[in-house]
Write a protein that binds this ligand. Structure first.
Ligand code: SF4
Ligand code: SF4
Length: 392
C-alpha cells in the first residue's frame, strides 16, 4: 500500500481516511490560492468591525494568500470536527446562572484537542512523504478557514457568516493542513441554502449584523464577552445576559442546525460546572480555584477579570434576589474592570438605601477614574427603579 500512496489520488484517499479516524467528520481539499474573500476582509477591517482584535487588523495583509502561512503551499486539507452536544441545561430559577457557548462547555480547549489530532495526521503524512512540507493550523494562523472550507466543498457561508453543512449544520470547529503536495481537490460548495430565511439576523441580541453575510464583531456578544479586554460599552450591556462567555443564538435559531448530530467525543461533553455557570459562586473563588476549573478550557481566555466582568453584568441584568451580596464583594475586587462592572450592576438591581450607602462609601475610597465614573452613574441610577426584575 505504501508504494501506491505516492500518487496524489491515493494519498488524498489515505489522508481523508486518516482524518476521519482522528475524529474529523468532514474533510475536503482545495487549492491554495488567493480568494476574493481577502478584499472583503480588508474592507471589514477598514469599517472597524474587528473592534479591538489587533491580531486581525495588524496581520491583515497576511490573509492575502495561504503561502503567508506556509511558503510553497499547494493544497489545503480542510477539516471539520462537530461539537454539538446535548442541549444546554435550563437555568434553574433559584439562583442566577450564566450561559457559556457550546464550544466551550467541554473538558478541554478544542485547540489542544485538535492540535493533537493534527499532529497525528502530520506525523503519518511525513512518514508517507518525507519530502513534503506541511503544517497544521487551528484558528491561530492568518487563514480564511471558512472560505477555504467552502472551496473544499464542506458547506456554504450563511447569513450569520458561519459555515453550514446541509446535513451537519454549523456546530463545528474548523482546522486546516497546509501542504506543498499536490492533492486531488474537491468541488467547491456553490449553493447557498439560506434562501429567504433571516432568523439569525433577527434573533441577534445586539443587532451585530449590519447586513446579511456581514458581522460587526465589535457588537457581537462573543467578542464583547471574550475578546474585549476593557469595559463592555454601556448601550450593549443590557443585551448580553444570560451569556457570560460567547453566544450561540445565531446558531440555535438556524433551521439547518435542527438535525445536526451530537458529537460523541468524550472531552467535548458539557461539564456540570459550566452548564450552566453559577455566577454568584465565581465571586468567592480564589485564583487557585479559577485556575483549577478553567486553566485547560476556553474560558481561561478571558482570565478571571473578564469572566467576573461578564458575570457582574449578567447578575445586574438578571436582578434576582440575592445578587447584591456578590456584587458588593466585587466592588472591592483588585481589578478595576470588575469593580466598574459591579458598580454598574449595583446601580441597576435595586433602589435599596444599603446599596447606595456602599456605593457612596466606595466612591470616597476609589481612585480609578473609570470606576469612579461607574459608581457615580450607579448612584444616580440607584434611586430610580429601572424596570421589573427579569425571571428566566
Ligand atoms: S454570536 Fe450572538 S451576538 Fe454574535 S452575531 Fe451571533 S447572535 Fe449575534
Ligand atoms: S438562520 Fe437562516 S439566514 Fe441565518 S444562517 Fe441559518 S439559514 Fe441562513
Amino acid at each position: 500500500m505504501l508504494a501506491s500512496i505516492f500518487r496524489p489520488s491515493d494519498l488524498t484517499i489515505e489522508l481523508k481516511k486518516l482524518a476521519h479516524e482522528q475524529g474529523f467528520s468532514r474533510v475536503g481539499i482545495c487549492r491554495a490560492e488567493a480568494t476574493p474573500q481577502f478584499d472583503r476582509f480588508r474592507e471589514w477591517i477598514r469599517r472597524g468591525y474587528a473592534g479591538e482584535m489587533r491580531y486581525l487588523s495588524d496581520r491583515c495583509e497576511a490573509f492575502a494568500h495561504p503561502d503567508r502561512v506556509l511558503a510553497g503551499v499547494r493544497s489545503l486539507v480542510m477539516l471539520a470536527m462537530d461539537y454539538k452536544t446535548a442541549p444546554p441545561s435550563v437555568s434553574p430559577r433559584s439562583a442566577p446562572f450564566g450561559r457559556v457557548a457550546r464550544y466551550a462547555l467541554g473538558e478541554v480547549d478544542y485547540h489542544d484537542l485538535i492540535h493533537a489530532r493534527l499532529q497525528v495526521i502530520l506525523g503519518r503524512l511525513a512518514s508517507w512523504r518525507p519530502d513534503a512540507v506541511s503544517r497544521g493550523v487551528v484558528d491561530s494562523a492568518p487563514l480564511h478557514e471558512r472560505e477555504f472550507a467552502r472551496l473544499a466543498g464542506l458547506g456554504w457561508i450563511g447569513k450569520n457568516t458561519l459555515l453550514i453543512h446541509p446535513q451537519a449544520g454549523s456546530w463545528c470547529f474548523l482546522a486546516a493542513i497546509l501542504t506543498d503536495l499536490e492533492l486531488d481537490v474537491d468541488r467547491p460548495f456553490e449553493q447557498d441554502y439560506c434562501g429567504t430565511c433571516t432568523a439569525c439576523l433577527q434573533a441577534c441580541p445586539t443587532q451585530a449584523f449590519p447586513q446579511p453575510y456581514v458581522l460587526d464583531a465589535s457588537r457581537c456578544i462573543s467578542y464583547l464577552t471574550i475578546e474585549l479586554r476593557s469595559s463592555i460599552p454601556e448601550p450593549l450591556r443590557e443585551s448580553i445576559s444570560p451569556w457570560v462567555f460567547g453566544c450561540d443564538v445565531c446558531q440555535e435559531v438556524c433551521p439547518w442546525n435542527r438535525f445536526a448530530v451530537a458529537t460523541t467525543e468524550p472531552e467535548l461533553q458539557p461539564r456540570p460546572i459550566t452548564n450552566p455557570l453559577n455566577l454568584r459562586q465565581l465571586f468567592y473563588w480564589s485564583d487557585a480555584e479559577f485556575r483549577r476549573h478553567f486553566r485547560h478550557v476556553p474560558l481561561w481566555r478571558t482570565k478571571r477579570r473578564g469572566l467576573l466582568r461578564n458575570a457582574a453584568l449578567a447578575l445586574g441584568i438578571d436582578g434576582a434576589h440575592g445578587t447584591a451580596v456578590p456584587l458588593i464583594r466585587g466592588l472591592y475586587d483588585r481589578e478595576p474592570l470588575v469593580r466598574g462592572a459591579c458598580a454598574w450592576s449595583l446601580g441597576r438591581i435595586s433602589n435599596q438605601s444599603r446599596v447606595a450607602a456602599v456605593l457612596l462609601r466606595q466612591l470616597r475610597n476609589e481612585s480609578h477614574v473609570e470606576v469612579r465614573r461607574e459608581i457615580s452613574l450607579a448612584l444616580a441610577t440607584n434611586n430610580r427603579p429601572i424596570r421589573q426584575n427579569r425571571t428566566r
